[in-house]
Ligand binder design. Structure first.
Ligand SMILES: NC(=O)c1ccc[n+]([C@@H]2O[C@H](COP(=O)([O-])OP(=O)(O)OC[C@H]3O[C@@H](n4cnc5c(N)ncnc54)[C@H](OP(=O)(O)O)[C@@H]3O)[C@@H](O)[C@H]2O)c1
Length: 168
């Protein structure tokens, strides 16, 4: 399901039957338009069309803005988070407001042109992995796991799963 797209605001959730979270993602500060969108999403939840409402790439300021008018606070905020970008302030804010964090790019978006070298190529993490007999990816994922957050990791390499590459 895709809800109407407003300037600076994108809403998409795939198939609501299989996708229990509706997401509101924006790179601009929430505006009155975002308020209208959020209300429409809340209506979807009230009607039972979605179990939860999520946001993505929301800073503390954007979350505070949305919390000021939300009847149903966002259940989750999906943001980039990894050992090189720890999002401490945002994490504190989300915890205090009962919002779960979902970390995307937990490996620093390895392979993408916008990747950060601060994760898989981090000397500290490489040393730590060596000393524990783990891969650097395992150390990075373990760090994220220990934050008590949701981790959104990706691999096209089936073998990583089958051979236990994601075993923490
Ligand atoms: N909400 C948003 O704005 C937003 C933005 C970006 C991403 N996301 C979501 O987050 C998901 C994951 O983020 P991401 O793809 O940016 O980054 P990521 O999970 O940090 O990195 C994925 C890359 O890491 C490699 N990789 C995976 N497991 C590995 C391992 N064990 N050892 C070494 N390399 C490994 C993958 O290569 P191989 O495939 O070769 O294994 C792939 O190139 C995406 O699929 C997307 O759905 C959301």
């Amino acid at each position: 399901m895709t809800l109407p797209r407003f300037p600076g605001v994108t809403l998409s959730s795939g198939n609501v039957k299989n996708m229990p979270v509706l997401g509101l993602g924006t790179s601009a500060a929430p505006s009155p338009t975002a308020e209208a969108v959020k209300k429409a999403m809340e209506e979807c939840q009230t009607l039972g069309l979605t179990k939860s409402i999520g946001v993505s790439n929301f800073s503390c300021k954007k979350l505070a803005d949305i919390l000021a008018f939300a009847k149903i606070p966002p259940a989750i905020n999906q943001v980039e988070m990894n050992p090189a970008w720890q999002q401490e302030k945002l994490m504190k804010f989300c915890r205090a407001n009962g919002i779960m964090i979902a970390a995307y790019s937990p490996l620093g978006a390895a392979g993408a042109i916008w990747r950060t070298k601060g994760v898989l190529e981090s000397e500290v993490l490489i040393e730590s992995a060596k000393s524990k007999g783990k891969t650097v990816a395992q150390v990075a994922l373990r760090w994220a796991y220990d934050q008590g957050i949701v981790i959104v990791c990706k691999s096209f390499n089936k073998g990583l799963y089958i051979e236990g590459g994601f075993k923490l």
